[in-house]
Write a protein that binds this ligand. Structure first.
Ligand SMILES: CCCCC/C=C\C/C=C\C/C=C\CCCCC(=O)SCCNC(=O)CCNC(=O)[C@H](O)C(C)(C)COP(=O)(O)OP(=O)(O)OC[C@H]1O[C@@H](n2cnc3c(N)ncnc32)[C@H](O)[C@@H]1OP(=O)(O)O
Ligand SMILES: Cc1cc2nc3c(=O)[nH]c(=O)nc-3n(C[C@H](O)[C@H](O)[C@H](O)COP(=O)(O)OP(=O)(O)OC[C@H]3O[C@@H](n4cnc5c(N)ncnc54)[C@H](O)[C@@H]3O)c2cc1C
Length: 572
């Protein structure tokens, strides 16, 4: 149903109904409110949008301008868009599809503002789908990709909703207008944490799709001569092609396993939060923000590497790669712009570093920060040993977190305000947070391949993939590892030669590793990545269906080219 709606002639989008609107009801509504809306949403008896971002604010949620003012005389909230920049802007499905929206608005009661809260607002008639009174709706226009989704705008002109339409699981407003505090003001943001966590799997699946397409095509495509007179080789025989594709393939597996951890963490921490234990929220936020930022950025870049590795046909929509890239690029901005998200992780790391400096034993994904010795113990390391590689990534991250935090402390000791010191160290902070997330992904990958229940022959392949992913990271960021002498030049050379060996070792299993993603042709939507490998016949069929081929001589010839040619010939 959802897929049908999704593809029905484009222009409508129900994705956000499933991934944002419905989970918001699940996570933020009271049991009473769930009885009213959750089944309607789950049965698609209503279609919803998650309306938070405005034309003037996306990142800075506390700066949102839409207001929800409580009127105790009628026990209603008045939803209003006071300025042009308060217009809700970007929400998927808001333009033409949704008839309801959870609207994030500044809550006012008894003349005081209590910050952003979620409100259920009906925006279109259930009879004729016309906008409700006081509601102005529309699509925001063509985008880089995903134009099948009607990302829309909405304005509210003093629209009245019952008090009960405030999602009140955490915070409440009583009938007389009394505001009841939530256990944490950030619980209103809980669905963003959930959604960021799901983006890690979206990134893994997107990179899995791109590497499936590129690896399969690289076995079909033959090009050039490796040795004079020999037949043209599969382009996957070129080491450069392996160096482009196999690290992306390894990253797809790494992110897939990271999303398993993210899902498990989200479940257990939100489970504890249900019982009132908020202690895990900060780590969950930092992990989901950092993983979302890191995996989507690597995925977007990786898909473009796959696209380029397929030459001209990669640039055709027949390959499916431009659409994948456009979708992955969106993930870098949506649900928390990547820079801002990585800064959130950095904020958490600086806090944890200070706690560890004060003698607190750190736990969870930051435990290594207190365990890693500042002074490196140089020496010939076994660069093919996973434990050695994990330790190298943790040392790098710990060193960079310490450096950024100390730099910030130094700025403040010179008299800078904390906020100014933060801003002037934010590039260092971002790099440290990226190193932290990278070390988590490597450690989690290594732990998963060592413990996952698979045949030993499969474990051997996954171990090679994990070594390849780690060695690629070390060689790509060699400076970070060399800086304090933790790794030597000889170690980096050893890492490079092991990486070359891993490329050759993974080659025989490359097709099996992408087939293992089990992505049906209907999901891949790629002529180059077809399971049957019949690329050229289907590329020709695909091209023949181009709208431009409906007529032998296109109407533009008669309208523009013919008169233009005629006039140029007349001047000869
Ligand atoms: C091929 C690809 C695959 C498929 C893709 C297909 C197509 C692509 C198309 C679309 C993509 C798909 C879906 C799109 C869905 C997108 C939906 C949306 O975008 S919804 C809107 C999302 N918006 C955001 O995420 C906003 C981001 N901004 C924020 O979250 C916050 O403003 C902030 C940046 C975090 C700052 O908030 P604030 O200023 O209040 O906080 P700070 O002062 O920085 O920190 C205070 C304190 O609070 C803690 N904290 C902050 N946030 C949270 C949180 N969520 N949970 C818990 N704690 C939080 C923070 O850590 C601080 O704590 P402390 O240090 O202890 O003081
Ligand atoms: C495809 C797509 C779908 C979306 N779907 C939805 C949806 O369904 N519902 C919804 O509510 N929203 C949706 N959004 C909006 C999305 O959540 C916002 O675009 C996102 O949160 C970024 O906010 P912004 O666009 O205001 O960018 P800005 O925050 O203005 O960012 C612009 C630049 O400023 C920088 N910047 C901002 N703040 C800081 C800071 N504190 N420190 C350093 N740099 C900073 C950013 O890093 C970035 O480089 C969608 C967006 C896209 C692209």
């Amino acid at each position: 149903m959802a897929a049908a709606l999704q593809t029905l002639g484009g222009g409508i989008g129900i994705t956000l109904h499933w991934i944002a609107f419905t989970p918001t009801i699940e996570q933020q509504a009271t049991e009473e409110q769930k009885k009213k809306w959750l089944k309607l949403a789950q049965d698609v008896a209503i279609v919803g949008a998650y309306a938070q971002t405005e034309m003037g604010h996306g990142t800075f949620v506390r700066g949102l301008e839409t207001t929800a003012t409580y009127d105790p005389s009628t026990q209603e909230f008045v939803i209003n868009s006071p300025t042009l920049t308060s217009t809700k802007w970007w929400p998927g499905g808001l333009g033409k599809t949704a008839n309801h929206a959870t609207v994030m608005a500044q809550l006012y009661t008894r003349g005081k503002c209590y910050g952003p809260h979620n409100f259920m607002v009906q925006i279109r008639s259930l009879e004729n789908h016309q906008p409700c009174p006081g509601v102005t709706l529309g699509d925001i226009g063509p985008k880089m990709e995903s134009n099948g989704n009607d990302n829309g705008f909405a304005r509210f002109d003093h629209v009245r909703i019952p008090r009960e339409n405030m999602l009140m699981k955490f915070a409440r407003v009583e009938a007389d207008g009394t505001y009841v505090q939530p256990p944490s003001s950030k619980l209103a943001y809980s669905n963003m944490v959930y959604l960021r966590g799901t983006f890690v799997m979206s990134a893994a699946q997107a990179l899995a799709s791109a590497t499936t397409i590129a690896v399969r095509y690289s076995c079909v495509r033959r090009q050039s001569e490796m040795k004079p007179g020999e037949p043209e080789p599969q382009i996957l025989e070129y080491q450069t092609q392996q160096y482009k594709l196999f690290p992306q393939l390894a990253a797809a597996y790494a992110f897939w396993f990271a999303s398993w951890f993210m899902t498990q963490q989200h479940g257990s921490i939100t489970g504890s939060m249900e019982k009132g234990d908020m202690s895990g929220l900060a780590e969950l936020h930092a992990l989901s923000a950092g993983l979302k930022s890191y995996t989507t950025a690597v995925t977007a870049r990786g898909i473009d590497v796959c696209r380029m590795a397929c030459g001209g046909h990669g640039y055709s929509h027949a390959s499916g790669l431009p659409a994948l890239f456009g979708g992955a690029a969106a993930l870098c901005t949506a649900e928390g712009e990547n820079t801002v998200m990585m800064l959130q992780t950095a904020r958490y790391l600086v806090k944890c570093f200070a706690q560890s400096q004060a003698g607190k034993r750190l736990t969870g994904t930051v435990a290594y920060l207190s365990a890693v010795q500042p002074s490196p113990v140089a020496g010939n390391r076994n660069m093919s040993d996973l434990g050695t590689l994990v330790a190298a990534f943790q040392h790098r991250a710990a060193r960079m977190v310490r450096h950024a935090a100390m730099q910030m402390q130094g700025e403040m000791q010179k008299g800078k305000a904390r906020e100014d010191a933060w801003n002037s160290c934010s590039v260092l902070l971002i790099k440290a947070a990226e190193a932290h997330v990278h070390s988590f992904v490597v450690r989690n990958f290594a732990e998963t391949v060592q413990t996952v229940e698979v045949d030993e022959s499969v474990r051997a392949v996954l171990t090679s993939l994990c070594q390849l992913y780690s060695l690629y990271g070390i060689t790509e960021h060699a400076g970070d590892f060399l800086k304090d002498g933790y790794l030597t030049g000889r170690d980096i050379d050893a890492a490079s030669s092991h990486l070359s060996a891993m490329l050759a070792r993974v080659r025989p299993d490359a097709v099996a590793l992408v087939d293992a993603f089990d992505l049906h042709d209907k999901i891949l939507r790629s002529v180059l990545g077809r399971y049957d490998g019949r690329v050229y016949e289907h590329l020709y069929e695909w091209a023949k269906k181009s709208p431009l081929n409906k007529s032998e001589v296109h109407e533009s010839y008669y309208k523009y080219l013919q008169p233009f040619l005629k006039s140029n010939r007349a001047k000869l």
